[in-house]
Every structure is written in C-alpha cells, then in structure tokens.
Design a protein around this ligand. Sequence first.
Ligand code: AMP
Length: 287
Amino acid sequence: MAKQPRTPSRPRVARTLPALRSAVAQLRDANEAIALVPTMGALHEGHLSLVRIARRRARRVIVSIFVNPAQFAPHEDFASYPRSFERDLAALAGVDLVWAPAVEAMYPPDFATRIVPEGPAKAGLEDAFRPHFFGGVATVVTKLFIQCTPDVAVFGEKDYQQLLVIRRLAADLDLPVKIAAAPIVREKDGLAMSSRNAYLSAQERAAAPALYRVLKDCAGRIARNAPLARVLDEGGAEIERAGFALDYLEARHAETLAKIERGQDGPIRLLVAARIGRTRLIDNVAV
Ligand code: AMP
C-alpha cells in the first residue's frame, strides 16, 4: 500500500484492490479475527454503533465506505447521496482499515456478473418498490466478503429485510462469515437515524417521527390481539395523515419474512416504507 500521511487515530485507507489485498493479508498474518462493517458512508451514530459491535466481536475491524451504484435505479438518488469522506474518517478513529474503492475498482467496464437473491426473505416489501435493490446489495456484499475475508460482518436491523437476505446469501453460498445484527439507533424523537434524513426539510423532519410512533402503536395493538388487518389499515392511514405517501406497512414473520395472516402467527416484525417530499424512509419494530 502506498504510504499516506497519517495522524495516529486516522484509520488506514485502501482505495485500490492491491492496496486492500496487502492490508488484509497483514491483518490475516497476525491471525486475528476480522469484523467487517459495510456502509455507504455519511456516517452517523447508527453506523458507529455497528463499529462498536464489530470491535466486541473481533480484534480487527474493517469499515467499507462505498456508495454502490448497482443498488440504485436510474431515477434514484445515487448522484445526490450524501458523501462526507473526511468527516467519516475522523469518526472512524481506532478502526484498522477503511476500504473505499472507486466505482471502477469495484465494477470495471467489463464487469458482467450478478448475485440474485430469491425466496421469501427477498419477496415483496423493498423488492416490490426497488426491484434492482437486492441484486445490487447481494452482488456488492458478496464482493466485499471475498475482498475483506471477514470472520463476522455486522448489519443493522434498520434495513431488516436486507439483513435477512444477507443471512440467506451467506448460508446459501457457504460463505465462512457470521452475520451479526445491530439494533436500530434512533434520534431522541424516535426517528431512525439514516443518511437520507439529511434530505428532509424542517417541516418534513418535524413530521418524520410519525413513522416510528405509528409502528409502536400498531405493535402494541397487535400484541393486545387487535385484528391485524384493521391495525395495519388504520396505521397506514395515520402515516398518510402525517404527510407521507405510504409504500407499505406490513406484518411479517420476524425470522423468515413470510407473510402472516393473524397476530398469533408470530414472532412478528412490522415493516414500513413511506415517502415524504423527495425522501423515502424505512423503519421497523418487533411486536
Ligand atoms: P448504509 O450506509 O445506509 O448502507 O448502512 C450501513 C449499515 O448501517 C447497514 O447495515 C444499516 O442497516 C446500518 N444502519 C443504518 N442506519 C442505522 C441505524 N439507525 N441503526 C442501526 N443500524 C443502522
């Protein structure tokens, strides 16, 4: 890896595959467990909580920062997605390695392979509204696993369906990596932290906590045996009254994401996606 000026706390940064390979080889030579935290940068407390979990699970921590074009549709926000690399590095003091490839390093012009998830975890929910999404995620995560050779990788429950799709992917492809789940980190008013919250106007930001409020309310009613369909209908209407356009509000089996008909068919996870202004937010809670 090329020498780069480093203050003691600044993590080492690899920007090319050869640089990554030599840095990972050094970590591997030390025979210490490696944890990987994949991110798209614009780091917030949610990401940093994943890094803390990674530290507890392995001696060495790699954080990848890569805004993955393959998981954005042409009309989505790839170009405007927030990028704050220098600030991210400062927040990652103590991390062993940051893997921040250029798009061309990850996807050379002749790139032509794709990992395509299938099955109940992938069906519906995000896949119904972002059909390109899980293929893009699975392809990049598979590459990240092969590149960084982690013993454990940490993913947030914020992207609950993604977490389950990646668990399936790792099991199906016999990847020798444990998938660890991290709980959702929220703002004081309940809004799940997200890099995309930066898109919200002051008025939208004030309305946004409704999403979590309604989720919690619905979860409480389902736990008290209120009829599932009615709870979800009323919850959806309340989200729309708060100023959102609802993509979905659904109750799914928490471990398989299989559809469920009745509140007793649990364990249940409630998942929501809704748009406010130009921002699409997702959230979920356990019942
Ligand atoms: P992203 O940079 O949005 O791709 O997210 C990178 C990882 O951080 C994913 O595993 C997310 O689920 C996780 N993450 C994002 N926001 C939060 C949050 N508020 N709480 C917990 N994990 C999160």
